[in-house]
Design a protein around this ligand. Structure first.
Ligand SMILES: [Zn+2]
Length: 206
């Protein structure tokens, strides 16, 4: 629905093939294909947050997603899950300036503190953002290769509030999507913010 808001007023205005990726509390996405909101056979298309990002294998640390499955992109890259992981790891003794930035209280640490620590070269924060960017960037690059959109619109509080993470994600997409799908692709930030969904809902053709 946010995708339709963007199509009508925002960063996807007038375009016919657009992928929206929002990283906030969770990971959401939307698809405009052929100028229409793509909903899929059962209306659940575009759930990029629930594509499998972490197949079981050596060193696999399963994290359960809000949808009940394990290994979803959102379980590793959604803001709520990033915060939960950082809190667990700080409480378990991980060394990072994030703890100080959170006023010494692990329960107050989240993506904002990770971004701040990253800018100071904090090793824990750098490793975490590299990992999150790998997962987000791989998923977005795969979607770009599969769908060949003309634009990717990035949004959501975590992504827009973390310029370092955003830069890493953009670099992954540029490195991992197919050359042919990257030709002519632009990646832009949303212009509607959290209003995109509301505006889209009001404008959706019945
Ligand atoms: Zn899920």
């Amino acid at each position: 629905v946010a995708a339709w808001g963007e199509r009508c007023f925002g960063a996807a205005r007038g375009l016919s093939d657009v992928l929206l990726v929002f990283v906030g509390t969770g990971v959401g996405s939307g698809l405009i294909l052929g100028g229409r909101l793509h909903e899929g056979a059962r209306g659940v298309a575009g759930e990029l947050g629930h594509v499998q990002a972490r197949p079981p294998g050596p060193g696999y640390r399963p994290r359960r997603c809000g949808c009940g499955a394990t290994g979803c992109l959102e379980a590793y890259a959604g803001g709520a899950n990033i915060a939960a992981r950082v809190r667990e790891e700080l409480a378990a003794g991980a060394r990072s300036s994030i703890l100080e930035l959170a006023g010494g209280d692990p329960s107050r640490a989240g993506p904002v503190e990770v971004e701040m620590a990253f800018t100071k070269g904090d090793q824990y924060a750098v490793a975490l953002w590299e990992e999150v960017a790998d997962l987000l960037g791989t998923a977005v690059a795969s979607a770009v290769t599969l769908l060949n959109p003309e634009r990717v619109v990035l949004g959501g509080g975590v992504l827009l509030g973390s310029p370092c993470l955003e830069r890493l994600v953009r670099a992954r997409v540029a490195a991992l999507a197919s050359r042919s799908a990257l030709a002519g692709l632009s990646i832009e930030r949303t212009r509607l913010g959290d209003d995109a969904g509301v505006i889209g809902a009001a404008l959706l053709p019945a």
